[in-house]
Design a protein around this ligand. Sequence first.
Ligand code: NAP
Length: 557
Amino acid sequence: MSKKVAIIGAGCSGLTAIKCCLEEGLEPTCFEQSDGIGGLWKYTDAVEEDRASIYKSVFTNTSKEMMCYSDFPMPEDFPIFLHHSKILEYLNLYAERFNLFKYIEFQTKVLSVKQHPDFATTGKWNIEIEKEGKMKMDVFDAVIICNGHYNEPYLPLDTFPGLKHFEGHHIHSRFYKTCDEYHGKRVVVVGTGNSAGDISVELSHIAKQVYLSTRHGSWVISRISYDGFPLDMTMSRRYTMWIKNFLPRILAAKISEKVMSRWFSHSNLGLEPKFRLKHPMVNDYLPSQILQGSIQVKPGIKSFSETSVIFEDGTTADVDEVIFATGYSSTFPFLDDDLLKLNNNDISLYKYVFPIYLGKPTLAFLGLIQPLGPIMPTAELQARWATRVFRGAAQLPSVKKMETDCIKNKDRKNKWFGVGRTQVLQAHYMDYISDISREIGINPNITYLFFTDPRLAWQVSFGPCTPYQLRLKGPGKWPGARNAILTQWDRTIKPTKTRVLHEQADEPWLNIKRVLVIGSLLVAICFSKARINAEQNGYLAWPNSGTSWTRIFQWSK
Ligand code: NAP
């Protein structure tokens, strides 16, 4: 009998969790408290309790080729960066294509998720739900939590002395929908996350003055890279990950900082971050609005008076409105506190998915991570892994090993991104997806590909690490993956190349430069394999015989 899996939430993580359950022969039931799919991408004019809320003007900051699910490219006429309504459209297409709707129970709220009395032997869960005012209890073999982590605003009012005497108006960014109420006002926006960036830029067009208050600063990067291509497609590439991991961390961080400050001097614009590789804000308009004077960057807030804000550098500003874009707290109201301890947004999860101390690997969290890259394919990969573990096709290591991994990961993360509440969930996208891909056995065989399909190998190594790369081999292999990779640039420029003056002839993919790079790479691989041989066997085994070539293929497969 197939195992029953409860999925909480039908947002971008929940939908792919349903699909992955079906692919692993599990029986999913997805509980969604609202009347539709999409999670935070389901925009509403009013803020709804217990649901994430986005503002009307939100556009994605990852590109469509990078952020789609790995076996479902976005329609080629979709813009490169998408309005939230387009994401919802895409999620509906996905749910229809893979027939997911019938597994979702809408307007059903999960009240509690508790261990079954036999949990120690079976790993089962009791789930209590409420639908149309009626309570119901059911037993499931496993649970996937996809309720998102942007429902509960984080607003530490006590860290802002004098706020209660402030006579102006203040809100958390969760309650910001449009700029309509801010015409001619003086507004302070607190924070330098993506919400703060978007909101301050939107306000700067109609407000009298916008102040952007930041205690730690932030890198600000554009969506656009050279030749107008999306930045994430030019940055998230395997060879950049190899170089980053090969270089000493300090040097790699310096190079990344150099790349991020190529656009403008962050110190000249008051944005210079205090931490090294703090999660960058993606915003194409902020620097120009600062140059135009519509936005002034200020340090952190020291205190409030009745009518003004006093900043840490002693300067003051008379203001009418304050918007705290101070982020969110992860909450799981249906889980017992003793099951999961949240420490300043931090939970000890093995590779951000599995609680370490449960004893049975039958509970998984999806999307509880802030990768420097797209969240949808990340959550999809987590779902592929979790469902394989539930089925028994993959195993988790011992508690000791998981603990050690968590400690190492935290240490690495602190060194890269800095220590703090905002940094708790941050991760390098490429490292993370490679890590989880190895757990599933789907990491592409680069060496093997160079021998068998060099054109594809080139794109996989040096091209953008689009999610299709995670469908080239192993469980969940998708026959369309190769073609999706080789046509990703066509889909990228299709929606923008709407005026063609002269047709450009396609450049042959194999040119002198590429031949030289591929040649050097193969020689480097042979050298490194020969060196490994020498280290393992005590003699240098240059791969010049049939056996050695076979071995290369075996290593790389
Ligand atoms: P966030 O990324 O968590 O940023 C919170 C900001 O608030 C940080 O700059 C933090 O500053 C600041 N902050 C926190 N506590 C503070 C305090 N006590 N005093 C002063 N400043 C404080 O939150 P967010 O911007 O709302 O974004 C939430 C998520 O949604 C992120 O993953 C973001 O990328 C995403 N998002 C995406 C888009 C888009 O795609 N266009 C738009 C908006 C949001 P420190 O750095 O100093 O801690």
